[in-house]
Design a protein around this ligand. Sequence first.
Ligand SMILES: [Fe+2]
Length: 134
Amino acid sequence: MLINWTPVLSVNIEQIDGEHKKLVDMINGLNDAMKTGKSKERLGWLLNELVGYAGVHFGTEEKLMDRHAYPSAVLHKLEHKKFVGQVGEFKKLFDSGKAMLSMEVMSFLSDWLKNHIMKTDKQYGPFFNGKGVK
Ligand SMILES: [Fe+2]
């Protein structure tokens, strides 16, 4: 297991924690598939699912930010956008056969998620809780 969801990663909002757990599962699933030598097609499918779900999840967070006029929304959305760009760039290379999944790529994905949750997502917990979002 590359990354482990523990309550340390909780942002204290049930829906968001649930989505973060699913992202953790998907990253671990992709890592397992890579390590057990699954086909490029299978890895590509899992990568595509991960990218798609990350987009859905960022949408959940950003809608909450917009609904409650979250003060740090601009910077937070920029982090999402940068990540989507980086992963999209990698996906293009992967799909065209110019890059493979590697430990480095997997570490990037898991480290990004962990750091983003700990440093950026956790900041909105108390704010949204104060708006009645639990
Ligand atoms: Fe976020």
